[in-house]
Design a protein around this ligand. Structure first.
Ligand SMILES: [Zn+2]
Ligand SMILES: [Zn+2]
Length: 172
């Protein structure tokens, strides 16, 4: 779905509401951690104010992941807000302020689908956790420590320091 700049101009500052659904299979194919996903429903509005164009709204989907620590599957109810500002690519405002968040527009349309796909994928975790403090699997006996308290004595050692711990053990 694209939004024609001419249509925004025509509305003279009045917001244009939009609704679209992003293709689930394509998003899944573009993110390694997504195991399953419902279609992504996006809702928002676009408006032109002066020489700037604004797009904002939110999108929702249920996304299936496998927890990176305990390996349990879980479903994340994703609700992602988006808000982007555009100016024409040849507008001096683009080159004047290199640090600005204003995105350049090529052509005479805003490519909404591509924009929202990017925003959605960026909001997906690269290290999905079922709970922020997921205890993970016991490295000794393998139980899910969220469900069972085992009696293994695992000292919590930062993997980066594990070598150091061995070193001190050997030197005793
Ligand atoms: Zn977990
Ligand atoms: Zn254990």
């Amino acid at each position: 779905m694209n939004i024609k700049l001419a249509e925004l101009e025509h509305r003279k500052g009045e917001a244009l509401p939009f609704q679209l659904t992003l293709d689930a299979a394509e998003l899944k194919g573009r993110h390694n951690e997504i195991r399953g996903i419902t279609p992504v429903n996006a809702e928002g509005e676009a408006v032109q104010l002066g020489n700037l164009y604004y797009v904002k709204g939110s999108m929702k989907a249920d996304v299936d992941f496998v927890c990176a620590r305990c390996l349990n599957p879980f479903t994340h109810h994703a609700a992602i807000d988006f808000s982007e500002t555009f100016a024409l690519a040849d507008d001096p405002i683009i080159s004047e302020d290199e640090d600005s968040d204003i995105l350049p527009l090529e052509g005479d349309e805003i490519e909404l689908t591509a924009l929202l796909q990017e925003d959605f994928l960026l909001a997906m975790p690269t290290f999905p956790l079922c709970e922020e403090d997921c205890k993970g699997l016991c490295p000794s006996c393998g139980v899910n420590r969220n469900e069972v308290a085992c009696s293994c004595k695992n000292e919590r050692i930062d993997p980066r320091l594990a070598g150091l711990a061995d070193f001190f053990k050997d030197s005793k």
